[in-house]
Design a protein around this ligand. Structure first.
Ligand SMILES: *[C@@H]1O[C@H](CO)[C@@H](O)[C@H](O)[C@H]1NC(C)=O
Ligand SMILES: *[C@@H]1O[C@H](CO)[C@@H](O)[C@H](O)[C@H]1NC(C)=O
Length: 189
């Protein structure tokens, strides 16, 4: 009698342990599905000698053309970002940063930028860094953010839309992901 009771208790305990374990892994699984993300595109407009300036002249390679800059060129910008390709459309962001020509053919640079965004549900800034190709789409990792973008991860893809004339336009596609601890922080703050 006693031993069958023990067996029964053991079974109950084992069953309880087993169900705790499955609940834990289920909730872990559930949390991974909770990763918040947003995907959208804006258009960055850069006007030479107005929102973008050459600061240091490069030292080698091709000269300054519509698509190339000499190796070592340091360029700084503070460009408006609008909701569509028309420069007159609504401005919802500002990209501030620098790029340094890093390939000897004058086509690629290392870019560092802080992008301040005022979206309907999110305000703050994201910081990006990475290589930019002057004529092809380039992915830039998001290294972090502030405000509503604190701890944000992901990447932005920059693609030239119009490289002719004094104002050049790039399409910037944002792929932003908030890790679970970032959404928890937002709930508690
Ligand atoms: C921009 O300014 C520099 C320095 O003043 C000048 O040499 C250059 O021609 C200007 N570029 C344009 C496109 O106006
Ligand atoms: C850009 O927007 C302005 C004002 O909304 C409009 O007058 C103009 O025609 C638009 N340009 C293009 C190319 O759509």
């Amino acid at each position: 009698m006693a031993s069958s009771l023990q067996t029964c208790v053991l079974v109950v305990v084992l069953f309880a342990l087993f169900s705790i374990q499955t609940t834990t892994s289920a909730s872990h699984h559930h949390r991974q599905h909770e990763v918040k993300s947003i995907h959208f595109a804006l258009f960055q407009h850069e006007t030479i000698n107005k929102t973008g300036f050459f600061i240091v002249k490069g030292v080698a390679g091709p000269g300054i053309t519509q698509t190339t800059t000499p190796f070592g060129t340091l360029f700084a910008f503070q460009d408006p970002m609008t909701i569509n390709a028309n420069r007159s459309s609504k401005v919802v962001g500002i990209a501030e940063g620098t790029s340094i020509t890093s390939s000897l053919d004058g086509l690629q640079s290392i870019s560092i930028a802080k992008i301040t965004l005022r979206l309907k549900h999110h305000s703050g800034s994201i910081s990006i860094v990475g290589g930019t190709h002057n004529t092809k789409p380039s992915d830039h990792p998001v290294v972090g953010g502030t405000g509503g973008f604190t701890f944000v991860q992901g990447y932005v893809t920059s693609s030239p839309v119009n490289l002719k004339g004094l104002t050049v336009t790039y399409k910037i596609e944002f792929h932003l992901y908030w890790p679970p601890y970032a959404t928890q922080l937002q709930k508690t703050s």
